[in-house]
Design a protein around this ligand. Structure first.
Ligand code: IPE
Ligand code: IPE
Ligand code: MG
Length: 245
């Protein structure tokens, strides 16, 4: 059991997960990809509860990328329908566990129904304090960066910010993730070892953890193993090992 091995004083402040492998999971079992997405929602629930259980404060899940809009329309429709259904169903889990829901990404691109459901859950959970769960929906890091540059440029034009004042903190304040700490641990399931346009700025010093487990099979024990592995690493942030210890 990895849970007992975790040092609760050194938990990652922010965990981000690229939930990958739903399609392959279904295909291996002879099902349609849609079933993999459906089963993936069970993994989401378990991991969210697992984070709350051990005291992780921020969890960000990559649910749908800007590039995922290029998938066949049928699959996109399934994913949007699942999103609405899950939001409806999971409001209970979120409330019981005192979890606040947020989203990052270009939400205007989602179907109206999904936008409405999302806004509803966000406002109903806004006062919750135990953990922030952020869903990356229609999210792409490059889109986020473009959005940030446009916002800052506009403020510079209106003399609200001087160009000399632009620093890391100003940039952070203009990203979708503005109220979140940097990512400490980034997990990707399914064996792929790439970032796929996720949180490029925010993972500058994140520890990366790749596992071959396909997302629908991922459970809190797998998450605890990833956290335990994270805690065995020495994070140097450019310094020498001697400076750290
Ligand atoms: C992740 O699973 C879910 C989304 C990207 C929406 P995939 O659908 O990418 O599954 P694979 O990678 O094809 O197995
Ligand atoms: C990344 O998975 C996006 C999400 C998990 C939502 P993809 O399956 O879309 O990534 P690529 O295209 O294989 O890199
Ligand atoms: Mg994939």
């Amino acid at each position: 059991m990895f849970k007992e091995k975790i040092n609760s004083a050194r938990l990652p402040k922010h965990i981000a997960i690229i939930m990958d492998g739903n399609g392959r999971w279904a295909k291996q079992k002879g099902f349609l990809r849609a079933f993999g997405h459906e089963e993936g929602t069970k993994a989401v629930r378990d991991v969210v509860e697992g984070c709350a259980e051990i005291g992780v404060n921020n969890l960000t899940l990559y649910a749908f990328s800007t590039e995922n809009w290029s998938r066949p329309k049928r699959e996109v429709d399934t994913l949007m329908r699942l999103l609405v259904n899950s939001l409806k169903k999971e409001i209970k889990t979120l409330t019981e566990n005192n979890i606040k829901l947020k989203s990052i990404g270009n939400i205007d691109n989602l179907p109206k129904k999904a936008q409405k459901e999302l806004q509803e859950v966000i406002s109903k959970t806004a006062e919750n304090t135990r953990m922030t769960l952020t869903l990356a929906l229609s999210y792409g890091s490059r889109e986020e960066i473009i959005h940030m540059v446009k916002d800052i440029s506009e403020k510079v034009k209106n003399n609200e910010i001087s160009p000399d004042a632009v620093d890391e903190s100003i940039i952070n304040q203009h990203l979708y993730t503005r109220n979140l700490p940097d990512v400490d641990l980034l997990i990707r399931t399914s064996g792929e070892q790439r970032i796929s346009n996720f949180l490029l700025w925010q993972i500058a010093y994140a520890e990366l953890y790749f596992t071959p487990i396909l997302w629908p099979d991922f459970r809190r024990e797998n998450l605890f193993e990833a956290i335990y592995n994270y805690q065995t690493r020495e994070r140097r942030f450019g310094k020498t090992s001697e400076q750290i210890s």
